[in-house]
Design a protein around this ligand. Structure first.
Ligand SMILES: *[C@@H]1O[C@H](CO)[C@@H](O)[C@H](O)[C@H]1NC(C)=O
Ligand SMILES: *[C@@H]1O[C@H](CO)[C@@H](O)[C@H](O)[C@H]1NC(C)=O
Length: 244
């Protein structure tokens, strides 16, 4: 999840990384906002092809042959493994709006994703007092996902050092589609469990917006500042415009 927010963030910032693949263009006769929109479009290519020189893997589709996680949260402990994992749809965004408000030092944006989905085989082994083992195929999709947000930044007075002050991201999801096999060996009950998951995820995303927003702000602000590093605003504009 962290990397998804990071992507949205990089996109919105005019893509510090992705912009380097942007077609060179004449910045003079374009507004900065339209330069950002072009950077966002260029970032689609980075998601699809990766950028080895910046250590960015292909993220659309994102694949993993096999991975497993151990978790221990007091009440529950166990392992969760995935095999043949494929995440699709991160590149299928439509930029609904992207505005740079220079006087207020902020960028507001809205992205729409028709479907971000995961197909995988999974393997769950959950224990503590009882034992639950599940294995099967799974498909899970967030459909009609909308991400609206605002990034506030500051510029150093003398150095025009760019710093991100605050990132607010408000996601909403139109529909959650969960098709996890083998949660129960009874088909009807399995469907019911998936419906519970669908409802839970929908409510978590759509109703806890302030919680999500502040969590993202805490996670993403330092990451983004680290990505920007010592670059000044003019460095970043130069990168975006492919200029020198
Ligand atoms: C998964 O997402 C991709 C990209 O958005 C989409 O083309 C595909 O139809 C989705 N798969 C399903 C089964 O909905
Ligand atoms: C579901 O679990 C059963 C055993 O409970 C197993 O035989 C079957 O292969 C599993 N389905 C998948 C798709 O792995």
């Amino acid at each position: 999840m962290k990397s998804v927010f990071l992507i949205a963030l990089i996109l919105a910032l005019g893509s510090c990384q992705g912009a380097e693949v942007a077609e060179p263009m004449s910045a003079q006769d374009r507004s900065f906002s339209s330069v950002i929109v072009d950077g966002v479009e260029a970032f689609r290519g980075v998601l699809q092809k990766g950028s080895p020189e910046h250590g960015i893997p292909v993220m659309a589709p994102m694949k993993a042959a096999q991975r497993s996680f151990e978790f221990n949260s007091g009440e529950f402990s166990g392992t969760f493994g995935v095999e043949n994992f494929v995440l699709e749809g991160l590149d299928q965004y439509e930029v609904k709006s992207m505005k740079m408000e220079v006087l207020r030092s902020r960028v507001t944006f809205e992205f729409h994703f028709p479907s971000v989905n995961v197909t995988t085989d999974y393997d769950l082994d959950l224990g503590s007092g009882f034992r639950v083992k599940r294995t099967g195929g799974a498909f899970f999709a967030l459909e009609d996902l909308n991400i609206q947000g605002r990034i506030s930044y500051s510029l150093g007075v003398f150095t025009s050092q760019l710093r991100v002050k605050d990132i607010l991201v408000y996601p909403t999801v139109g529909n959650v589609n969960s098709q996890i096999e083998n949660l129960s060996k009874y088909r009807i009950f399995n469907r019911k469990l998936n419906e519970v998951i669908e409802e839970f995820v929908t409510l978590t995303i759509n109703d806890n917006t302030d919680f999500v927003a502040s969590w993202v702000s805490e996670q993403a602000t330092p990451i983004c500042n680290e990505l920007i590093g010592d670059r000044t605003l003019s460095d970043i504009i130069a990168i975006i415009t492919g200029g020198n």
